[in-house]
Design a protein around this ligand. Structure first.
Ligand code: NZQ
Ligand code: ZN
Length: 381
């Protein structure tokens, strides 16, 4: 094990914590509040933010959609540059927070913002940002990652930089009360797959990371089996689990996979599949394809997470249990959004993976384009 680990995001967790914004941002900073399609106007979150910022000089930018596009975000970048914004506050789910990371980095860069996700510009500086989380799923509220899309070319790409890590994240589980079941389930599945991407690789003797990952997976399984949005503890546990699943801790010092995410991003870009649902489509097929190399960890997961008995086919039964868990949540594990033309769909996704250089994915870089094709053969209906 060899790693550097720091998570500098201050977490302000619990009911009525949005009021703490007044203390978390310095009053001499001009703030741009960024939000999505308006859910925060209906559930009182906007009013709470407004009350907390009553003594501040602030502007707002709305309309950041799911899978945020640079076409929309660049309008907020222009506002930052024109108005001399000092601090960007995202109020929303992963899309808004990822969008804010792009805005903050692009606002101090003179070139085309798409240079950032496409890797032409490495982000070394950005405006400071904060997050008020309204949808637990991505962990974006306390990590360095951002995923943005370009509508013009149907591309979806990620970038990472310590410069865009939020200074703070306000996490009030009561904001989840207005989330539709579909989004809550998406959050649960996304957090589950994030944990798997950092755990389901090969044994490395990292007892702490393994045990923590298994604790998160068992928590998410329990929450999925006992869906109860009205229960305060249920919401708090989901919000905290989703955060912990992708805040850097369980991935420290261990190999990571992320192939499911890379292929899943292409399904979202091409067919508009919700992020979490793209993962549930890819992952079971990918795990079966990579059964031999992932066997020891799949067996460990089967025993420690699902409570299965040892047997020769334990690894396979663990994958079946993962797939059954998704089905129990009414989440599909095959792509059906492509209007039935399977061969064309596979070719579309493969050519996008090629164009984005995704030619050697996974913890062993063993998922070549041929392997991705095999995975898609099973993942596309
Ligand atoms: O836009 P509004 O009106 O706010 O509605 C949103 C949106 O339609 C709604 N919503 C959010 N909070 C709500 C609410 N509705 C009612 N009540 C509330 N409290 O939910 C819808 C989906 O929101 P979105 O932010 O898109 O969902 P999510 O948090 O799942 O984010 C998905 C995005 O994050 C990226 C994904 O690729 C995708 O673009 N990811 C970011 C990661 C990261 N930064 O580390 C890692 C992830 O793997 C992921 O790739
Ligand atoms: Zn994800």
């Amino acid at each position: 094990m060899k790693f550097s680990y720091v998570n500098p995001t201050l977490i302000q967790f619990g009911q009525n914590q949005i009021a703490s914004l007044a203390k978390l941002i310095s009053k001499d900073q001009k703030v741009l509040v960024v939000y999505g399609g308006g859910s925060i106007k209906k559930n009182g979150v906007y009013d709470q933010v407004k009350a907390a910022l009553s003594d501040f000089d602030w502007l707002e930018f709305s309309g950041v959609g799911a899978n945020p596009t640079v076409e929309v975000l660049d309008k907020a970048v222009a506002i930052c540059k024109e108005q001399g914004v000092d601090f960007v506050l995202g109020v929303g789910g992963g899309s808004v927070i990822d969008g804010v990371k792009y805005i903050a980095a692009s606002a101090v860069y003179d070139g085309d913002g798409w240079d950032i996700p496409s890797g032409k510009h490495v982000v070394k500086q950005a405006l400071p940002i904060g997050a008020v989380l309204t949808l637990p799923a991505t962990g974006s509220e306390s990590n360095q990652g951002s995923v943005v899309s370009k509508a013009a070319t149907s591309e979806k790409l990620a970038f990472m930089s310590p410069a865009v890590q939020p200074k703070f994240a306000v996490m009030d589980p009561d904001v989840m009360l207005t989330l539709p079941p579909r989004q809550l389930v998406n959050g649960l599945v996304d957090a589950w797959v994030h944990t798997c991407e950092q755990y389901l690789t090969f044994p490395a003797g990292a007892l702490v990371q393994d045990a923590y990952a298994e604790g998160l997976l068992k928590t998410l399984k329990t929450l999925g089996d006992n869906y109860d949005k009205q229960d305060d503890a249920w919401r708090a546990n989901l919000m905290w689990a989703a955060n912990q699943a992708l805040n850097g801790l369980i991935g420290s010092g261990v190999a990571q996979d992320w192939a499911t995410h890379m292929i899943g991003h292409e399904l979202t870009a091409a067919y508009g599949v919700d992020h979490a649902r793209s993962l549930a489509i890819v992952q079971p097929s990918l795990l079966r394809n990579q059964l031999e190399v992932k066997k020891p960890k799949l067996e460990q997961m089967g025993i420690n997470v699902f409570g299965l008995e040892q047997s020769d086919d334990l690894a396979l039964r663990t994958i079946d249990a993962i797939e059954a868990f998704y089905h129990s949540l009414d989440v599909a594990t095959q792509l059906t959004e492509h209007n039935g033309n399977k061969a064309e769909a596979i070719d579309t996704v493969i050519s996008k993976l090629e164009a984005h250089g995704m030619l050697a994915l996974g913890e062993h870089q063993a998922i070549t384009i041929e392997k991705s094709r095999e995975i898609l053969e099973k993942a596309v209906a």
